[in-house]
Design a binder for this molecule. Structure first.
Ligand SMILES: [Fe+2]
Length: 249
């Protein structure tokens, strides 16, 4: 029986060598966020901050919630910024690079500040539509979660759904092909004390929970850039220019 020639029978060694080359995997950076598990000491501090919350409902937020109250307090701001926010910011830049600071390059000597933070009270049916924040970085801390998403999923209005969104927190972002992706935090009491630290422009949303009379309590806030005040020229606070010189902003 006559053998059918393969391509190897009809090409030279030189031509076969054209099939040999080095490959290198290239993964373009697509950013991310930090997840921190706070200690009991952090939680005690934060509950004390909540005890001192302002009485007025915060009016500049996207949430459809029963209450959001400012936590602005000079002493608490200083402690929380120095002990929690600043280390998270330095770590974020160390891991993900300078992208968050690029728009501040031309603004001269600037420092990041905790310019706003607040406590949210979410009751059954409340939700926070897809939104982002202003400034450099934002964060959320879950203080009290009275529901478990698996129990929520069993409720009559949710059981037949092909979505697991009920009661959950979700980031939304595009991949390098422009496809919209989501990353979901499934709400359970075990997430109490978890803090997410992310670029302010990263979109996120919160779905409602149902059939629970207890409130979910979370803290959120923003880090923005502002000019160095004259009385802080010798401040130990890290400046954007310092981060910039470290990371070639
Ligand atoms: Fe938000």
């Amino acid at each position: 029986m006559k053998k059918i020639p393969t391509i190897s029978d009809v090409i030279s060694q030189e031509e076969r060598d054209l099939g040999k080359f080095q490959l290198r995997k290239v993964l373009p950076p697509n950013g991310g966020w930090l997840e921190a598990k706070l200690t009991n000491k952090h939680m005690d501090f934060l509950w004390k901050c909540i005890d001192k919350r302002h009485k007025e409902v915060h009016k500049d937020l996207a949430g459809n919630l029963h209450g959001s109250y400012s936590l602005q307090d000079k002493h608490n701001n200083l402690i929380f910024y120095e002990q929690v926010i600043q280390p998270l910011m330095v770590n974020w830049v160390d891991i993900y690079g300078d992208i968050v600071f690029r728009n501040t390059r031309m603004l001269g000597k600037m420092i990041p500040v905790l310019n706003d933070w607040w406590v949210n009270y979410q009751r059954e049916g409340d939700f926070n539509p897809m939104h982002d924040h202003g400034g450099l970085f934002s964060f959320v801390i879950w203080m009290k979660i009275p529901t478990h998403w698996k129990e929520q999923k069993k409720l009559p209005r949710c059981a037949a759904s092909n979505s697991n969104c009920v009661s959950n927190f979700q980031f939304l972002y595009t991949d390098y092909l422009g496809k919209i992706l989501t990353s979901t935090y499934y709400m359970t009491p075990e997430l109490e004390g978890t803090m997410l630290f992310f670029p302010a422009e990263l979109k996120h949303q919160v779905y409602p929970f149902y059939d629970c009379k207890e409130e979910r309590i979370s803290i959120a806030g923003n880090v923005s850039s502002c000019p160095v005040p004259p009385n802080e020229k010798n401040s130990s606070r890290i400046s954007i220019n310092t981060i910039g010189s470290l990371y070639n902003v």
